[in-house]
Ligand binder design. Sequence first.
Ligand code: AGP
Length: 605
Amino acid sequence: MCGIIGIASNKSVTSNIIQSLKKLEYRGYDSAGIATITKGEIDENKCTGRVDNLEKILFKNPSSGVLGIGHVRWATHGVPNQVNAHPHSSEEVSVVHNGIIENSSELKKDLEKKGYRFKSQTDTEVITFLLTDFLKNFDLINTINKTLEKLHGSFALGIIFKKYNNIVVGARRGSPLAVGYGHEENYLGSDSYALKSMTNKITYLDDGDICVLTNNKVEFYNSTNIKINKEVLTLSDDKHIAEKGDYKDFMSKEIYEQNITAKTCIKEYIDQLRGDINLYNFPIKPQEIEKIILIGCGTAYHACLTSKYWFEELTTIPIEIDVASEFRYRKLQFNKKNLYVFVSQSGETADTFAALDLCKKNNVITCSIINVVESSIARTSDFVLPIHAGPEIGVASTKAFIGQMLVLYILSLKISEARKEISKLDYIKKITELKTLPDLIKKTLECEDKIQVIAKDFLEAKGTIFLGRGSSFPIALEGALKLKELSYLHAEGYPAGEMKHGPLALIEEGLPVVVLAPKDKYFEKTISNMQEVIARGGKVFLITNESKNIISENIRFTLEISKTDDYLTPFLMTIPLQLLAYHVASLKNLDIDKPRNLAKSVTVE
Ligand code: AGP
């Protein structure tokens, strides 16, 4: 999703803005742009496609400005072309924006009546003209607050002015924005990752905050024009983790890091001496929890769905799962004895944040399971359980999914133990088995060669189906999501038992169907469903940990994974599916880390 950079310095900022925009590329984008104040005028350059194109333009047309803003755009209003790319500038003001202005059509009509002529189809250009208009009669902070008052929707903004030619302004409502402090320069950025190469001193803006940066000072104001103080945080140094190293792309690196993700996470949560789970200061007594509601989007939602099976098996607590974009608009009965859990890798997903905000407004207990611990969701929730996966750069979430499931599993185990719903013996046994997970993941990764062969069968397919029962069902959904987002192949996940209620009509000669059938209580039933698919011509790829008792000559390929505790099997089932999506996309020569139309951090509704 759109990324913002701003730099106020005493030396040329172009090259640093370009480098920081490259750091924001992982968010997913379709065009890029930059504006500086050069020789007292706003100097704007924009392009479609990659930041490299922008760099080429600036190479031919260097800009010497010592302050400026940059942007990578993920189109919402208006096609991805050069005119719609940000910044959007008037003679006086230049603006970059992440978010959506919901009332832009009405605002545009009013501004057109006043004589402003719009060049783009974007919602952002109204901000440029509102600022230009208010500037005629108001000082800087009043101009900004009067503009923001007019806007409905969400935004993070970076602004420069011809008149105030030594400042960069930032403002936030609903979309993330951070300030970084450097030596004789200060920065604005959509996330700390983009700023990390320049500074590790960061302040996060809250909704309603405005920041004004010069090269040697940063000031903050609230929506009533009052100056405020904000906390400066020092970021941990994990720069090295966010490099590709010898891997072809971030996704393959992140897939191969999953045993480390599991190891780190287990180390953080399991006390090696006591062999117990560390969970101090949990905001609600487990014995008193009446219901657990788990909320997330996409892959994070699948992690929530998987955990439903653990919570239900290990505790007597009723569990409810919802996608954040639905949850936030439901008519809900909030209960102070419920625990509301928000799962998000980035911690900036707009729908998940809005769902959390709704819970906060209703004074219920919130907990977030997060990768980016400095994120808005982490900072807003009552309690944070980090997944410790390190930066995840590939748009397709892989190691974060493993981390999210792991923390959810650990949480279900601890709650069960605290409520005395699992015996001490079983609890210790489960923890001991959990410690074997990193090695099991490592071993499962060895299936890559086989997956590379299987992937060829998906190249000509017009669609594909993933089937599973129990906790393998959400993994089937996740496998289908990975395949569609990376390879643009139509893929659907279904509970295997649901096929006969409709989807079976899709099966025809040669249609690839991935069946997840571990040896669990559903095994025989899943195998019967698989036979029904084979009988109708489906080309079955079976993933199981019990191949010896399956008799079917017509299975196209059987992949055997390690046998382990049923609760750990979803982790292992995930790996071949990630690799399958990776290799189908790779054979199709697609952009693995930045699939079309998608963004890493989905900060619009
Ligand atoms: C996963 O591969 C996706 N790119 C996407 O579904 C993602 O999981 C979703 O947007 C939620 O993101 P979050 O975990 O950062 O909240």
